[in-house]
Write a protein that binds this ligand. Structure first.
Ligand code: HEC
Length: 148
């Protein structure tokens, strides 16, 4: 082959590789956007929980939170989908701890719903919820917000 043909082959190779790279990154765009929506929903439900006017409202918000936390799994956090998101790579290095934190959040939300329905006071549980449910996962597994 002539020198110029080799150059063409090389250029075509680079083109294919970068194209595939872009497709690979894009593959996670949708799932990242979806799980960020899930988290925003969790943020809204946790605000509603804190400002709930009565036990029925507390239970309803806690139910919503439990259902949302149950969606934290390998579908919403597929392996390696950290880039372009605030998810730390540690999620997949310590997958058991990460899913434990999600299950713990489900359990805490369910406990609030159960107590609210039983007519018990949930103020203390609700107060501790942010630290125990959200913080215990965000601290090890969420990157700080980028300054822009
Ligand atoms: C099991 C782990 C886990 C738990 C529990 C958890 N989060 Fe998150 N949260 C994350 C991760 C990881 C991200 C980063 C998601 C990303 O960008 O890929 C995040 C992101 C967020 C965001 C930003 C969403 C965006 O627009 O980028 C909000 C808001 C949020 N969480 C609220 C909460 C609240 C409120 C709670 C508790 C009621 C909570 N989270 C509990 C892991 C968790």
């Amino acid at each position: 082959m002539r020198k110029s043909s080799w150059l063409l082959v090389l250029l075509a190779g680079i083109f294919l590789m970068t194209g595939a790279g872009a497709a690979w990154a894009q593959q996670f765009d949708k799932v990242i956007a979806e799980r960020q929506e899930l988290m925003k929903g969790i943020g809204g439900a946790s605000k509603a929980l804190r400002s709930a006017a009565d036990a029925a409202a507390v239970a309803a918000s806690a139910d919503k939170l439990a259902a949302a936390f149950a969606k934290i799994n390998a579908d919403t956090f597929p392996k390696g989908s950290a880039d372009g998101s605030r998810s730390k790579p540690e999620i997949w290095e310590q997958w058991d701890d990460f899913t434990k934190a999600a299950k713990n959040a489900v359990t805490l939300a369910q406990a609030i719903a159960t107590q609210a329905r039983a007519g018990e006071n949930t103020a203390e549980l609700v107060k501790a919820f942010g630290k125990n449910a959200c913080g215990s996962c965000h601290r090890p597994f969420r990157k700080p917000k980028k300054r822009s």
